[in-house]
Design a binder for this molecule. Structure first.
Ligand SMILES: NC(=O)c1ccc[n+]([C@@H]2O[C@H](COP(=O)([O-])OP(=O)(O)OC[C@H]3O[C@@H](n4cnc5c(N)ncnc54)[C@H](O)[C@@H]3O)[C@@H](O)[C@H]2O)c1
Ligand SMILES: [Zn+2]
Length: 336
């Protein structure tokens, strides 16, 4: 396993590309590990958890809530986790978000590392230090920004990932390409899901490219004062839809990106909205939904990025270049 040390403002994170979860000891040394995972990942990779302290949680976004955090804390106390224990979140973005959050508050903060097991968590959720939970319809309403000690990328874990979850991962990959990486956008256009599932070296390269793309954005603006906001492309509307319509995160932001692309065409002279929408479709993602406008707008009003009666909306100027624009909620209401 090759370690790459990545610097953030107050910490450095060890990135292990081409890693193996079975080699986790090489990463953490003799320190005590407690794994946090969900029931699907546990069932699919039982061998990896044998003879290990593990807290297994119910799977799904609906459990990314405070009561699950309370349960984890109780289990950690029972297991006598102390300040020297390392929590290792092994799972999709729901698990890495919650493990990061628990680790940041348990005993005022203990060490944490992630072994992302979904494509989405590998290319996005595990990277950058944001963690947290949902409160009702409000996504990620509570949480912190705190970097993990390490990220271990083991692409072989994806062999058990259902196809729908692969598609969800591509939503964030298409997001990265749209806002920052025009050559990647072209590569994606010339390819498809089956290709990356089959070609292991291309998949590894794709994961690495997306991890490093996001890392660079976060390094330049860890606490989201400016450039990091661009990563919210598709997310303002996406988040408003996600928990109300029982959509996965990937599906919700796909619809959000399709809408943001059309809006970019309308008010920002963006010429390639059709290409973004076609690419999302090419990777099996939805690009529209029958929704209740008023319900969606109400959630938008509560969006964390809201300033007065407008929201900071991410628009595209061209493929590979995004901008932040303040847009009134009324304008969004009219164009929905
Ligand atoms: N912190 C961040 O910066 C950030 C960024 C993007 C997304 N997120 C969050 O990530 C979450 C979405 O992540 P996700 O799509 O990974 O969801 P998820 O964690 O719910 O995983 C999706 C499904 O795949 C299953 N699964 C995961 N790995 C598997 C494997 N290897 N084999 C079989 N099944 C497997 C899970 O059990 C789950 O059912 C959302 O809550 C979102 O808010 C956070
Ligand atoms: Zn996202």
């Amino acid at each position: 396993m090759q370690k790459q040390l990545v610097r953030f403002n107050n910490s450095s994170v060890g990135y292990y590309f081409g890693g193996r979860i079975s080699k986790i000891k090489e990463v953490v040394g003799s320190t005590r590990i407690i794994f946090i995972t969900d029931e699907n990942v546990f069932a699919a990779h039982e061998k990896q958890f044998r003879n290990r302290d593990t807290v297994v949680l119910k799977a799904g976004e609906q459990y990314k809530i405070q009561s699950t955090i309370d349960y984890v804390i109780e289990r950690l106390i029972e297991m006598q986790a102390d300040r020297k224990t390392v929590l290792v979140g092994v799972g999709g973005g729901v698990i890495t978000d919650m493990t990061g959050y628990v680790a940041s508050v348990y005993m005022r903060g203990i060490a944490v590392g992630f072994v992302p097991t979904s494509l989405l968590a590998m290319v996005d959720a595990s990277v950058g230090g944001k963690n947290g939970i949902d409160v009702g319809a409000y996504k990620n309403m509570v949480g912190t920004i705190r970097q993990p000690s390490f990220l271990l990328f083991d692409a072989s874990l994806l062999e058990t990932l259902p196809d729908t979850e692969w598609r969800n991962g591509f939503a964030e990959i298409i997001k990265h390409a749209s806002i920052k990486d025009a050559p990647l956008f072209k590569e994606l256009e010339q390819s498809n899901l089956a290709y990356y599932q089959k070609k292991k070296t291309h998949l590894a390269a794709l994961i690495r490219r997306n991890v490093l793309l996001k890392t660079k954005v976060v390094q330049q603006d860890e606490f989201e004062q400016g450039g990091r906001k661009l990563l919210n492309f598709g997310h303002t509307l996406g988040h408003a839809l996600e928990n109300q319509y029982d959509l996965s995160h990937g599906q919700a932001i796909s619809i959000g990106m399709a809408y943001a692309s059309s809006l970019s065409k309308k008010i920002n002279g963006f010429k390639s909205a059709e290409r973004v929408i076609a690419l999302l479709g090419q990777y099996g993602l939805p690009t529209s939904i029958e929704s209740d406008k008023d319900k969606v707008i109400n959630v938008l009003r509560m969006d964390k990025k809201k300033v007065k009666d407008s929201v900071n909306f991410i628009l595209l100027e061209k493929i590979g270049k995004a901008v932040i624009k303040e847009i009134s909620i009324n304008e969004i209401y009219e164009t929905l």
